[in-house]
Design a protein around this ligand. Structure first.
Ligand code: FE2
Length: 462
């Protein structure tokens, strides 16, 4: 436990649901579920129709599944939860369940399995979807924890979108010509230069949720916590800022590195973010099959927790804790309420955040003024996943749902929590309470970060 953690208090017992937005009515949720399922399938098709059969069945990296595994796994999970568990249907192909069980077969093993070929995988996923939409139409959205507020439908839409993000990572890792294209984000709006950091006052706020209908088990329940006063970067750390760390010899200086990070750096001969290379005095990066100059004003991407942590130390700062991140993203000091997103409770639009693979890159730092928090923090949602200093722990009162393997088996300090979602995350799988976790060495994910520092004594005290 760090000194920082000791200053953060948790009050688990107070009833705190009133400090959050109320859940929408069932008819709104049914429409939201239908739209989310259709949107997810459209994206799955986009990601799998743009490459040929050979590419669908190939393993592009030992870290990833063949795309055709993700495709049938999406259908299989949907069958198990929406058709069998909610709809009471008999299994369509029970014999394939073990092939698509993520816990039974690690990713490196999956190419050697007798997987459904692409055409069959597509047919299977489409058949399941057709029946799932019938189940959705008939479901009363109440009666069991799985059907209450349409939870299972929201969970399956999130599951498909999370695999779409995984498939997008596979696209980033694959070699060869670009298979995907998307327009670039707009340049950030003109205006006075943003302050580098924002002061978040000391005090309590409501962390986690008890009212968000499709929140996953690890986001629950809402509980009161407090933080000291701290400063948080207004935007994620940019490539330009990260380059100053790199070019000042940051990767060679052991002072900045966690001992395990340093070991990993040397063993793997890491000298820059993943997909970067230096050529003729310029830094280039490979992004979805295109090589381009590293854009200085864009949030840095594809850095490990160790790289984020080292940069923060070099800058005389630190990574925010998970609760500091969530307080900046949800706490409205004017009302004392925790909102669903930094801008309030409304669903994200293209004006709020860079989500949903509309673009294949983060937007320049300072973008999305309409998505800012009441205190003026920008781009907390979308663009890049943000590493926090915290391990992945259950909240007080945690209950595993709908199965232990969803979150519980991952709890512990070996994973670090990431927050906020990236350009590759759909709105259905992104909110101020959403928690992602990964190993601190990981960097093929769409990960970046912002930094924090403690306020001076007496600053930020109400
Ligand atoms: Fe999965």
């Amino acid at each position: 436990m760090t000194g920082r953690d000791r200053t953060e208090k948790t009050t688990a017992t107070a009833p705190v649901a009133a400090a959050e937005a109320a859940a929408p009515p069932p008819e709104v949720l049914r429409e939201r579920a239908l739209a989310a399922l259709l949107r997810a399938r459209e994206r799955t098709s986009l990601l799998t129709d743009c490459v040929d059969e050979r590419e669908l069945t190939a393993q592009h990296s030992p870290l990833m599944s063949p795309l055709v595994w993700d495709l049938a796994h999406i259908g299989n999970q949907e069958e198990q939860w929406l058709l069998r568990a909610v709809g009471g249907h008999d299994p369509i192909h029970p014999e394939i369940d073990p092939l698509y069980d993520a816990f039974e077969h690690p990713r490196a093993e999956r190419p050697s399995l007798p997987l459904l070929p692409p055409a069959e995988a597509r047919r299977y996923a489409a058949e399941v979807r057709g029946r799932a939409l019938d189940v959705l139409e008939r479901s009363a959205f109440r009666g069991t924890p799985l059907t209450d507020a349409g939870f299972a439908f929201g969970m399956i839409a999130q599951h498909e979108q999370q695999h779409d993000e995984t498939m997008l990572i596979t696209h980033q890792l694959r070699r060869g010509e670009a298979a995907l294209t998307a327009p670039d984000p707009a340049p950030p709006p003109e205006g006075p230069e943003l302050p580098g950091e924002v002061l978040v006052p000391a005090g309590e706020f409501t962390m986690g949720t008890s009212t968000e209908p499709w929140a996953l088990d690890n986001e629950r329940p809402a509980h009161r916590v407090s933080t000291g006063a701290y400063y948080l970067d207004t935007t994620p750390v940019t490539n330009g800022a990260y380059l100053r760390f790199l070019e000042s010899g940051g990767y060679e200086d052991p002072r900045w590195w966690h001992p395990e990070g340093l070991l990993h750096l040397r063993r793997q001969q890491i000298t820059a973010p993943l997909f970067w290379r230096r050529e003729g005095g310029r830094w280039l990066r490979r992004r979805f099959g295109v090589t381009e100059e590293v854009p200085p004003n864009e949030p840095v991407l594809h850095v490990s927790w160790y790289e984020a942590d080292a940069y923060a130390r070099w800058a005389g700062r630190r990574l925010p804790t998970e609760r500091e991140w969530e307080k900046a993203a949800r706490h409205d000091p004017a009302t004392g309420r925790s909102t669903r997103f930094p801008w309030g409770d409304a669903e994200p639009t293209a004006e709020h955040a860079n989500l949903g693979q509309r673009h294949l890159r983060p937007a320049p730092a300072g973008s999305y003024p309409k998505g800012r928090s009441p205190l003026g923090v920008r781009q907390l949602i979308g663009d890049v996943w943000e590493w926090t200093s915290s391990g992945f722990d259950p909240y007080p009162g945690f209950a595993a749902f709908p199965y232990r393997e969803y979150s519980e088996v991952f709890f512990g300090p070996e994973y670090k929590v990431l927050r906020g979602g990236s350009f590759a995350v759909d709105a259905v799988a992104c909110r101020g309470t959403f928690r992602n976790w990964d190993y601190p060495v990981r960097r093929q994910i769409f990960s970046g970060f912002r930094t924090a520092r403690d306020a001076a004594p007496g600053e930020g005290i109400a």
